[in-house]
Design a protein around this ligand. Structure first.
Ligand code: AMP
Length: 295
């Protein structure tokens, strides 16, 4: 595995690979890799000649007062995990390389980005779409892989690629969960044991929604209220939002008659957690999550 830190060198390599008719897959991450990231890597590995994993904690997608400085970083471990997973290029640029002094161009999706997390994190998706556009231009992948864990992000990226005609296929991969149902996230590291236990109310609330919908409840407000109740029963949990939305437009659903995306964001101590479940649509949750082989 080669580590590349310069965007220009990365782009030169990708141009060369393309000249040689090699296909390129990209898994963009902010590092501190876990089995969720590795499932994307594993899926991507099978689809291309060259697999690039990028690790870049993108300051532009963090708002003032958010956890940019505290965000967990462990590039040595990330490199080892990528090497073990058969990654070809570990793209690990610095802030200055990605945003040199004077950087003044941004990419913005203006509809889907305003819903759900966009309401509470103004500027977040502008940061995401800007960095994704840059990574696509630098790495020039044929396919790029995103997790359903961040369903809104995956949708916003699909829209970006479609609206701006990026020649890349976006692949969305299922959410990988711990055995007790908590979605894996680099931010889970922030939590104490008590907070980690409290966090189980999030998959619990999604289960409440799933059960209600499967047993015939179609009133989305009733479903959100039942979820809110379930979350509020856990001390120390602050609900940012609970929403039942159309999985393609993210607009709130009033009466459920087709696929619905149930999305939750909560804060537990200093940790913000998001999770979602697609109900009544194509099965995006794998029956058994892929986990890395034990050492
Ligand atoms: P992050 O490093 O948190 O920005 O995530 C990088 C990519 O990994 C994004 O496309 C995420 O949606 C995806 N991802 C993060 N956690 C999970 C998970 N538990 N299961 C599947 N994909 C995930």
């Amino acid at each position: 595995m080669k580590t590349v830190t310069s965007p220009a060198a990365m782009q030169q390599l990708s141009l060369k690979f393309r000249e040689e008719a090699k296909t390129i897959a990209l898994v963009p991450t902010m590092g501190c890799l876990h089995a969720g990231h590795l499932s994307l890597v594993h899926t991507a590995r099978a689809t291309a000649d060259i697999l690039v994993v990028s690790v870049f904690v993108n300051p532009m997608q963090f708002g003032p007062g958010e956890d940019l400085d505290a965000y967990p970083r462990d590039s040595d471990k990330d490199k080892q995990l990528c090497e073990d997973a058969g990654v070809d290029i570990f793209f690990f640029p610095s802030n200055d390389a990605m945003y040199p002094i004077g950087h003044s161009s941004f990419v913005e999706e203006t509809v889907l980005s305003r819903e759900l997390c966009g309401r509470l994190r103004p500027g977040h998706f502008r940061g995401v779409t800007t960095i994704v556009a840059k990574l696509l231009n630098i790495v020039l992948p044929h396919r790029a892989f995103f997790g359903q864990k961040d369903a809104q992000q995956a949708l916003v990226v699909r829209k970006l690629v479609s609206d701006l005609s990026f020649p890349v296929e976006i692949v969305t991969c299922p959410t990988v969960r711990d055995t007790d149902g908590l979605a894996l996230s680099s931010r889970n590291k922030y939590m104490s044991t008590e907070e980690r236990n409290a966090a189980l109310c999030v998959p619990g609330a999604l289960e409440v929604a799933e059960q209600a919908i499967r047993s015939g409840t179609s009133d989305a407000r009733m479903i959100s209220s039942a979820m809110q109740e379930a979350l509020k029963r856990t001390p120390g949990v602050k609900v940012d939002y609970v929403e039942v939305v159309d999985p393609s437009t993210l607009e709130p659903i009033v009466a459920i008659s087709g696929p619905a995306l149930v999305a939750v964001a909560v804060r537990i101590g200093r940790t913000r957690l998001i999770d979602n479940r697609l109900i009544g649509g194509p099965d995006v949750e794998p029956p058994t999550p892929w986990l890395p082989p034990s050492p």
